[in-house]
Design a protein around this ligand. Structure first.
Ligand code: SF4
Length: 312
């Protein structure tokens, strides 16, 4: 098998992490590389394991996505689905498996195949706190599924599956902007006669940054599917409270989005040897800036790797 190459790639989440703290990108993209291999160093192995660690909100988002996509397919097939069914049949078994893997520490032997929840890894809960967290999350997930079936599905029910854009297909998960691979995977996209519609499911709170994220999907639609910006409709579905943010993409936002990505790519490139993206060799670890806000570090997966260098 040919050796895997760590090629330079950009994504919205990578930009978010890098903006918060360049060192996060060092651990999460470069130090972790090869951490799965038998001859990996201790640091590589640890960075690989920590980079795969999940948080409670991330787990919630995945559980909700699995349940609502199952519900969507069932309802498209003409079957009635209740939020309880979607929770019990899809979200709950998946969550139970993740929870067991995480709590039993199965990730110690295989962190790719087994979930590791940050709260378990860091020992953040006593029994009562864990019970309370589970109760709260189950209620959150059920509410999100309920809002999908009652508020979102009525707007999607007339879409034919034949008009859906295959999101998970090979090559669909990225596009090239100049020489840079941009990873972007919308949750749900549809092509109609006169528009491309992109929907993103959110199981957390509304945030301004979601507009930036969806605009990247607008750029994805143009680059991958030739969509005209004005005819690209973007929907952020806030499932927790059933609210919706929607707008039509525009040439102006397209330009701003491309400029923003280019600026972010240039900043990341500044941490590479000779600023060479093709080589993609990171500068030595000490040259990757650390976060200046202790709060960021306390909630960061890589805290134990940075600890010796942090002054707080
Ligand atoms: S622990 Fe702090 S300095 Fe280290 S990667 Fe995380 S945020 Fe950055």
């Amino acid at each position: 098998m040919p050796e895997l190459k760590n090629t330079f790639a950009w994504s919205f989440s990578a930009a978010e992490a890098f903006d918060a703290c360049p060192r996060k990108r060092y651990w999460g993209v470069y130090a972790r590389w090869g951490g799965w291999a038998p001859g990996a160093s201790e640091i590589q192995r640890k960075a690989w394991q920590l980079s795969r660690m999940d948080t409670l909100p991330a787990l919630r988002g995945k559980a909700v996505e699995k349940a609502i996509m199952w519900a969507l397919r069932e309802m498209q097939a003409g079957r009635t689905v209740t939020p309880d069914q979607a929770y019990e049949q899809i979200a709950k078994p998946w969550l139970n498996t993740c929870w067991t893997q995480s709590k039993q520490g199965l990730w110690r032997t295989d962190c790719k195949a087994n979930c590791c929840l940050r709260e378990h890894y860091c020992g953040q809960w006593n029994a009562d706190q864990e019970k309370e967290a589970v109760t709260t999350e189950v209620a959150n997930i059920r509410r999100c599924i309920g809002n999908f079936t009652t508020r979102v599905w009525p707007r999607l029910k007339d879409i034919s599956p034949a008009d859906e854009i295959a999101i998970g297909g090979p090559g669909e998960e990225f596009f090239m902007l100049h020489d840079v691979k941009i990873n972007a995977i919308p949750d749900y996209a549809v092509r109609t006669a006169d528009a491309v519609r992109i929907h993103d499911w959110k199981a957390g709170k509304p945030s301004e940054k979601h507009r930036t994220q969806l605009n990247i999907y607008g750029l994805w639609a143009k680059m991958k599917h030739g969509a005209v910006p004005e005819n690209t409709l973007l929907f952020v579905e806030y499932l927790s409270d059933g609210k919706l943010a929607a707008w039509a993409f525009s040439e102006e936002e397209l330009r701003e989005t491309m400029e923003w990505i280019e600026t972010s790519v240039a900043a990341m490139t500044g941490y590479l040897e000779n600023e060479d993206r093709a080589g993609n060799i990171p500068l030595p670890r000490e040259q990757w800036d650390l976060a200046t806000e202790p709060e960021l570090c306390r909630n960061c997966n890589f805290y134990e790797l940075c600890k010796p260098e942090l002054g707080f």
